[in-house]
Design a protein. Structure first.
Lengths: 297, 351
């Protein structure tokens, strides 16, 4: 069996864009509220089904569907934070973990009720289209997914860096008590952050639905991958998340060379556990640690 | 003693015990009730075991299915090679505990949420490994010896155990055996709760740094709790394999198994002795009732089998929001209200 290594790397990079989109929501929510959003998996799955309804049933262009899905899930995220999650913000972390886990179970089973457990796929006019660039065959579908993901992330990054609201979100992530002191309504900021995180997860779900097959249980392995990326990236940094996504996508792609395809997911879960244990600061932490020692400049 | 005899609680417990002991002879509903009771005993063992780590020590594990699965597979693999299944039970517990040591030692250094996430990863990775281990072994000359008629775990097909000739007597034997194991599990849980070890676990749960400062060896305590928990779950897995005669990775290693072990103690009352029992009973009965029920709304026929996790998810959210101590907390609240209500007229008369 011969494997086209450059093509493998190109597709890994394209996948990394999607992975970054799916993990950044998790990182943002963790950064601002210090809670691990297990409902992330449920939101991704709902995003996928929203795309399924819009694209496969109503015939909306798959790359316009996010324009509808993102605001919708932003609202859902705000409602979730206001009526559910807010009540456990001051409780021990296990409470929020269990609460969001329960939310995930509810979302998953509503999907089972509405859509049954059948595996679904979305076929679009772009699905089988390929582009030849410099000798590589690139799937147009994956390229567009990559572009949408990157555009969303970059505009979010601009928003966080250059607007008052964005700066307030970052301030709350750094120190919520101090932010309150300087007059930031942190309750409101947390609602917005949860909304953005939820919208990003739904966007990632939508984009994933255009590439992969999905069922109501579909978010779980992607949730674990998101954790893996976020932990690799060091939980609160944007560059870190992008880097983590790239590392995971490459590791997965290259693992085909070493293990059988059925064990590909095993690789990412193993990475998750190992990274959690060995480098709690993630890649950025590792770089930071090596800098003073002069190993890296 | 006489005080105990006068309490209604003693009599209710005694009546319950007599009923459970007599159940196999009553043959209620064609033995259906016996099966339900057996499964509930098994759930109680799992729930109590999870509670030692998750409730007492406060380390939420979403990976306990690994122990259940390893226990079940240890028994099945050895039984297929001619070892009497009953003899494999302690070994099943030990294998599970060893595996617990393997991933628990590094993972338990992580705190709270990170530990929980790592356990999801461990659970999924283990399931995938068991699913594919046969193919891996086939390619390696060294490990070929592990195969028996070409299989070790049987992959997605799972493993089938031979059934005994007199299945009714066999099931009744397991009924009493599991009941005894359940009693043992509860005894262990009670002993732990009232020991120095248990106090250490509670201290870890409340504030790990403070516990360390006052001299609790937190790492050792957490690992011991995990080992104990893993051993009990492993034995329960072994019982399951012997009772059902068929196991596959999804039913014993699947994420729903881990979910069940989180749900039961949480519903009943996390960190209490009785809570996991109540939670397991509710889980067992709801599971059974809901899985078999069908709603008939004229034109719409709704199978409720897909709804059981919806119910549990809803319960979990309600419990976290309104009563973190679960059913036990609810009962305590009701009892307190009842006492206040009864004592009020007396207090008024005294004034």
């Amino acid at each position: 069996m011969s494997i086209d290594l450059p093509a493998l790397i190109v597709s890994a990079v394209l996948l990394a864009g999607l992975y970054a989109t799916m993990s950044y929501g998790l990182a943002l929510i963790y950064g601002v509220m210090k809670i691990v959003n297990l409902a992330h998996a449920g939101v991704m799955m709902w995003g996928a089904y929203a795309a399924f309804l819009l694209v496969a049933r109503l015939g909306v262009n798959p790359f316009l569907a996010p324009l509808l899905i993102v605001p919708l899930f932003f609202g859902l995220g705000i409602l979730l934070q206001r009526f559910v999650v807010r009540h456990v913000m001051s409780a021990p972390p296990i409470s929020s973990l269990l609460l969001l886990f329960g939310t995930w179970l509810i979302m998953q089973n509503i999907a089972y009720l509405l859509f049954s457990g059948d595996t679904r796929t979305i076929t679009t006019p772009y699905t089988l289209l390929t582009l030849k660039v410099a000798g590589f065959a690139i799937s147009v579908n994956r390229l567009l997914v990559f572009v949408v993901g990157v555009v969303a992330l970059v505009s979010l990054q601009r928003f966080l860096g250059h607007t008052y609201l964005g700066k307030a979100i970052r301030a709350t992530a750094q120190d919520s008590a101090a932010s309150q002191l300087v007059g930031i309504n942190t309750d409101r900021i947390m609602e917005i952050a949860f909304g953005i995180g939820t919208a990003l997860a739904a966007l990632a779900g939508t984009l994933m639905a255009l590439i992969f097959a999905f069922d109501p249980d579909f978010g779980r392995s992607h949730l674990l991958k998101s954790f893996c990326i976020v932990v690799l990236g060091g939980l609160e940094s944007f560059v870190g998340v992008a880097l983590g996504a790239l590392v995971l996508a490459l590791a997965e792609a290259l693992s085909i060379l070493a293990v059988m395809p059925a064990l590909q997911d095993f690789i990412s879960f193993a990475i998750l556990v190992i990274v959690l244990i060995v480098m709690p600061g993630g890649l950025m932490g590792l770089i930071g640690k090596l800098k003073p020692k002069g190993v890296l400049r | 003693m006489s005080k105990m005899l006068r309490s209604w609680k003693t009599w209710v417990a005694l009546a319950g015990l007599v009923f459970l002991l007599a159940l196999p002879f009553l043959r209620l509903a064609g033995g259906y009730l016996q099966t339900l009771a057996f499964l509930t005993f098994l759930y109680i063992i799992l729930s109590t075991a999870w509670n030692i780590l998750g409730g007492y020590a406060g380390q939420t594990s979403f990976g306990h299915a690994t122990f259940y699965g390893l226990g079940a597979y240890t028994t099945a693999i050895l039984a297929l090679r001619g070892v009497p299944p009953l003899l494999t039970m302690p070994l099943a517990g030990l294998v599970a505990a060893f595996y617990g040591l393997l991933w628990g030692y590094p993972c338990l250094r992580l705190r709270g949420q990170y530990f929980a996430i790592a356990t999801i990863g461990v659970g999924e990775a283990t399931r995938l490994l068991v699913l594919n281990v046969d193919d891996l072994i086939k390619h390696s000359a060294l490990l070929q010896g592990l195969l028996h008629r070409g299989v070790l775990t049987g992959g997605a097909t799972g493993l089938m155990l031979p059934t005994p000739p007199d299945i009714r007597a066999y099931a009744t034997g397991f009924y009493y055996g599991t009941m005894a194991l359940m009693a043992l599990a509860l005894l262990v849980s009670w002993r732990v709760k009232n020991s120095k070890f248990g106090l250490g676990l509670f201290a870890i749960n409340m504030d790990m740094d403070a516990a360390e400062t006052v001299g609790v060896n937190t790492t050792r305590y957490k690992i011991l709790a995990l080992l104990l928990s893993a051993f009990m779950v492993g034995v329960a897995g072994s019982v399951y394999a012997q009772y059902v005669f068929y196991i596959d990775p999804q039913t014993v290693f699947g994420f729903p198994v881990s979910i069940a072990m989180v749900l039961m103690p949480t519903i009943g009352g996390i960190g209490t002795l009785v809570g996991p029992v109540l939670g397991a009973v509710v889980y067992g009965v709801v599971q059974d009732r809901i899985l078999t029920a069908n709603l008939d709304l004229g034109p719409i026929k709704l199978s409720l089998s897909s709804m059981h996790l919806l119910v549990y998810g809803g319960l979990l959210v309600m419990i976290v929001l309104f009563e973190p101590k679960g059913l036990v907390g609810l009962f305590r609240r009701a009892a307190g209200w009842w006492q206040r209500r009864r004592s009020r007229p007396v207090a008024a008369a005294a004034q």
